[in-house]
Design a protein around this ligand. Structure first.
Ligand code: MGD
Ligand code: MGD
Ligand code: SF4
Ligand code: MO
Length: 728
């Protein structure tokens, strides 16, 4: 029996775990690591099941290659050669703009995903780069890019010190937080209330987060921008502002907010005008306060406008960049994403719908268009890494049909599932316990500055390849160097660039040093580890990989400290409160004030013992509340004459789903979790309780125009009885 420590790789909470392993490598117990200074022993049911997730017998172990229409197990050399041939054929016939890549959510959680997603996308040489960002948080990047000049300068709630927290469109008690890494989020909310603070939740559902709040307000889906504008209006009209950072655009903001008085917005969002006014006064009156808003409001038609208003309120109430407000973490690794230049988007446009590039990506909502619309530049080959867009993208079934027509598709994924079943080659990464782990991205959004590295717990078997090697080989194949090129050359190139940049930059801790000496001092068992060591040495805490190895429970780097001055890089060097793009979009919002809302709208929800589409195969987590049901108010069950199950129809598609009547949801709103609708998957547990694909109902033609983000909430639907035999 051995004990190992590692960070849970599943969600944003980055909990430290203590594992016991049997001699055969099986994980026999998973506990929270009590010595981790950040998570202090916390873990959730998913973390507790990490052993099951890791040892899932349905995970692919060897690559699959399509031969005569069938996917068959082959050796790695054969698989990489098949990729080389497949991509080469498409590039020769149609050019590089016929290639596309989709990078799914787990690429934000693995070292290999973070480190090599950029090089892979670049080496494909195509503008058709897609990622889970445009079905998730892209509105936040755009809003931060416009406000602060840096789309990666994402302010995080100072959760442990704030006196007042207003949450909209997030349910951290079940999701464990997002763009706000805080292990035991629920415990931290309890602590907020115990120290006399106040928690208010705005959500069309009375969620578990709402249940632990001081106050819950229902809101009509998709209308948060109105509510927030109503708050801004009140702050300005009542002189409740105390701006503590350099700003511009305050006069334009005042003009814009004029149309959104509490009386004007109340009927649209369903929040009483008195409550809007009271929220504004409470936010301004609290010693410190935070507005925090996530997926429910990002994946909406006014996603960017809403994210912008969130931080406008944080600025107006004096809560940007101060303890107890929203703050910018400082990571142990160098902030390689920072350019210091004002951010721009729209450097190119998508072929079919002319949608602007954002952060080098095009919207997932137009991936199917690019594949199924003929013409010069039509996508003919697709690479996916850690993604299941058939279940996660808007109008997923249409995308599934488009995938069938590709000339070549390769997927890096541990499962044969709804997306990867269309592939010609599937390359499975090894087990979780065989990978090193470092949260390059999530550590940029922690509520305390913190760092922790986990070495692999188990070695690779001779017939396995690390995910890093898979990504590097794909990158080299894509760049034309073939299937046999030495993958470590890519690491050396990346290291050369990183070190070269460091020794030339006066503010870098490596400034003026000899690059060869810096390189030879680096340690690490694999490319990703050596790259991590380099990034730590380029960072500002003076840490090395050896320091992180010597501290297997993680290192607390202290409470968040003000640092807006270091990050702000708008052209005006101020926080720009009224960027032109948002002023323009506010006019669209104003025009909507007059429209009649749909009778019934669909929203999503996340389930505690699940994670997007890929954890329904974990037997200890399956069943109970972890089922694909439609939450619906009993009034609506009666109003539409429903019983047991219902047919739900939207502009895009139709599903039949079991009902779960509950008074916790607003009348006129129904909720369906995403990630279900399993079919043709080797995940045997998931296949027994397949559920339906919520994204058969979402519409890929409707997006948030500023970010290109998909819309998953506020979908107009019609409900009707369905007397067919019930679904499982
Ligand atoms: N258990 C679990 N945890 C997860 C995941 C999971 O699938 N399961 N997924 C992970 C991922 S990828 C992410 S991005 C994070 C997301 O984490 P969160 O942002 O916390 O996401 P949700 O739990 O979906 O919460 C969104 C809430 O928005 C509400 N909502 C819907 N429409 C509206 C609206 O128009 N206005 C308002 N105000 N609210 C609205 C929904 O009812 C829901 O309660 O969670 C991560 N953690
Ligand atoms: N209707 C609706 N749709 C939504 C949402 C919603 O709230 N409502 N939420 C959206 C959000 S926030 C997100 S992030 C997206 C997620 O969208 P995706 O990222 O496309 O979907 P996931 O279900 O997370 O798929 C993850 C894939 O990665 C694989 N995988 C797991 N671990 C690893 C690994 O270590 N390496 C590799 N290579 N692969 C791995 C899994 O087998 C699975 O195939 O879904 C979005 N879709
Ligand atoms: S909260 Fe997230 S990181 Fe923590 S144990 Fe659960 S799944 Fe893992
Ligand atoms: Mo997400």
């Amino acid at each position: 029996m051995t004990t190992a420590y590692r960070t849970c790789p599943i969600c944003d909470a980055v909990c430290g775990l203590r594992l016991s392993l049997a001699d055969d490598g099986r994980v026999t117990s998973v506990k929270g690591d009590p010595e981790d200074p950040f998570s202090r022993g916390y873990l959730c049911p998913k973390g507790a099941s990490l052993g099951h997730i890791d040892a899932d017998p349905d995970r692919l172990r060897l690559p699959l290659v399509r031969v005569d229409g069938e996917l068959r197990e082959v050796g790695w050399d054969e698989a990489f050669h098949a990729v080389d041939q497949g991509l080469r054929r498409v590039i020769e016939a149609h050019g590089r703009q016929s290639l596309a890549v989709y990078l799914g959510n787990p690429t934000f959680h693995t070292m290999a995903g973070i480190l090599y997603r950029g090089p892979l996308a670049q080496s494909l040489g195509t503008r058709n780069v897609f990622s889970a960002s445009t079905i998730d948080q892209m509105p936040k990047h755009v809003s931060c890019g416009l406000l602060f000049g840096d789309p990666f300068a994402i302010p995080v709630p100072d959760l442990d010190r704030t006196d007042y927290l207003l949450i909209l469109g997030a349910n951290p008690v079940e999701s464990h937080g997002s763009l706000c890494a805080a292990p035991d989020f629920a415990g931290r909310l309890r602590a907020l209330r115990e120290r006399g603070g106040r928690l208010v939740v705005v959500d069309p559902r009375r969620t578990r987060t709402a249940a632990v709040a001081d106050e819950h307000l229902f809101i009509r889906p998709g209308t948060d921008a109105y509510l927030l504008f109503g708050i801004v209006h009140t702050l300005l009209a009542e002189g409740l502002t105390s701006v503590e950072v350099p700003v511009s655009g305050l006069a334009e903001l005042r003009d814009l907010a004029g149309a959104f008085s509490p009386a004007a917005v109340a009927p649209v969002c369903g929040v009483p005008a008195e409550a809007v006014v009271r929220l504004a006064r409470e936010l301004a009156g609290a010693p410190t306060a935070v507005v925090y808003s996530r997926v429910g409001t990002c994946t909406a038609e006014f996603g960017t406008l809403t994210q912008w208003l969130v931080d406008v309120i944080n600025v107006l109430t004096g809560n940007l960049d101060r303890p107890g407000g929203v703050m910018f973490p400082k990571t142990a690794t160098a902030e390689v994403m920072r350019t210091g230049e004002p951010w721009v988007s729209g450097r190119w446009r998508s072929r079919v719908r002319g949608l602007p590039e954002v952060l080098g990506e095009l919207p997932v909502a137009t991936l199917a268009d690019e594949i199924d619309t003929p013409g010069e530049g039509q996508v003919r080959a697709l690479v996916t890494v850690a993604g299941n867009p058939v279940l996660s993208a808007p109008n997923g079934p249409r995308l599934g049909r488009a995938l069938e027509d590709l000339e070549f598709m390769v997927c890096v994924d541990p499962y044969l599932n709804e997306t990867t079943r269309h592939a010609d080659v599937i390359l499975p990464p090894p087990r979780i316990m065989q990978m090193p782990h470092y949260d390059f991205l999530l550590l940029t959004v922690t509520v305390r500055n913190y760092t922790r590295f986990s070495p692999p717990v188990l070695p690779l078997a001779p017939d396995q390849r690390s995910e890093a090697e898979i990504m590097k080989r794909l990158t080299m194949i894509a760049s034309g160097q073939g299937a046999d090129a030495d993958p470590d050359l890519l690491d050396e190139m990346m290291l050369g660039e990183m070190i070269g940049g460091g020794v030339r930059t006066p503010s870098s801790p490596l400034y003026g040093q000899d690059p060869a000496a810096v390189r030879s001092a680096l340690t690490g068992e694999s490319g990703p580890e050596v790259l991590l060591d380099a990034m730590l040495r380029l960072g500002s805490y003076g840490l090395t990989l050896a320091d992180l190895r010597a501290n297997p429970h993680g290192i607390d780097l202290g409470a968040l400290r003000p640092r807006l001055g270091e990050l702000l890089c708008t052209a005006s060097r101020t926080v720009e409160l009224a960027p032109a793009a948002l002023v323009e979009d506010a006019a669209r919002l104003r025009a909507r004030l007059a429209e009649t809302p749909p009778e019934v709208v669909l929203i999503g929800r996340r389930q505690l013992r699940s994670n997007n589409s890929w954890l329904h195969n974990v037997a200890p987590l399956a069943g109970g509340s972890n089922r694909c049901t439609l939450h619906i108010h009993p009034h609506d069950v009666a109003r539409f004459g429903l019983d047991g199950q219902a047919r739900v129809r939207s502009a895009t598609g139709e599903v039949v789903v079991p009902l779960e009547p509950t008074e916790s949801i607003m009348p006129g709103v129904v909720s369906l979790p995403h990630g279900w609708g399993h079919s043709d998957t080797t995940q045997r547990v998931a296949a027994r309780q397949p559920g339906v694909n919520a994204n058969a109902l979402t519409n890929d033609t409707v997006i948030d125009p500023l970010s290109g983000n998909a819309v998953f909430n506020g979908i107009p639907v019609a409900l009707s009885p369905c007397r067919d035999s019930p679904r499982p």
